[in-house]
Design a binder for this molecule. Structure first.
Ligand code: HEM
Length: 246
């Protein structure tokens, strides 16, 4: 707790020293403090929430995407073709660095992330506590019940995602069926939908493009990947990959 407190205090002190609050999320929160809408402890809580919710989830998503692309070289080649076309590959550095303006064209790269979020949703379970009795699809749910929703299971329903265990990013390029769109919940759903969803998809797509524009990934010889499902889902002993220039 002390480390988190110190880290968030340092971020705030640095920004305060610059004078203007700024136009980003921190700036908005600082203005809310200045106008009395947010207590200083509330600011600390918001910052810590953003770091905790936005750090390991994104790292986990990128880790599993690299794992899947290493396993499925065909899918990885399709991403590489796109990166070469969009970023001007061919030279030994794999073209230029991806930028915000490239996002619309990075269709396959984004689909590679979305399909990975289907098979390995970092938030593999989401839970809710019933504040009052309710009836869900004919089932009475008493007040106080903990309901657990598992994106991991929803994402593997064969009637919605044919051949569900296969890593096939094309699903997202072709467009999901309506039912599949509803069941696809790596970022949750409804009023508590992940506030960082769009940011996360931009971030992961651009980072993946940067990692793979000049390199390819392959399973490390002898490495075994086992899933540890804790708060987020991660490979038990880390992910060992062979990285080759391409
Ligand atoms: C691939 C990356 C991410 C995944 C898989 C993910 C997943 C989720 C899920 C499933 C929820 C809903 C939890 C629930 O309904 O109980 C959630 C909520 C949330 N996420 Fe994310 N998230 C990601 C990235 C981020 C980022 C980058 C940020 C911040 C910059 C963030 C901030 C939050 C916050 C603040 C909430 C709570 C929203 C609320 O309750 O109103 N997440 N996330």
């Amino acid at each position: 707790m002390a480390e988190l407190d110190a880290a968030s205090a340092a971020v705030v002190a640095r920004r305060r020293a610059q004078g203007a609050a700024g136009e980003d999320l921190l700036g908005l929160l600082l203005r809310a403090v200045d106008s009395g809408d947010l207590a200083p402890e509330g600011l600390r809580d918001e910052l810590v929430t953003m770091v905790i919710a936005g750090h390991e989830t994104v790292a986990s998503a990128l880790t599993w995407t690299l794992h899947l692309l290493a396993q499925e070289q065909g899918a990885q080649r399709r991403v590489a073709e796109e990166l070469d076309a969009v970023l001007g590959g061919g030279d030994e550095r794999g073209g230029r660095a991806p930028a915000w303006e490239d996002l619309r064209a990075l269709v396959r790269t984004r689909a590679a992330v979305e399909e990975s979020l289907r098979l390995f949703p970092p938030a593999w379970v989401v839970s809710r506590r019933a504040v009052a009795e309710d009836v869900l699809d004919g089932v009475t749910v008493p007040a106080g019940t903990t309901a657990i929703i598992s994106p991991w299971l929803l994402h593997r329903r064969p009637e919605l995602f044919p051949d569900p265990e296969a890593y096939r990013p094309e699903r997202f390029e072709e467009g999901l069926s309506r039912g599949a769109r509803t069941a696809y919940t790596p970022f949750g759903a409804g009023p508590r939908l992940c506030i960082g969803r769009d940011f996360a998809l931009v971030e992961t797509t651009l980072v993946l493009a940067e990692l793979l524009r000049g390199a390819s990934v392959h399973p490390a010889p002898g490495a075994r990947v086992r899933v540890d499902a804790l708060v987020t889902m991660r490979p038990r002993d880390g992910l060992r990959l062979e990285v080759r220039p391409r």
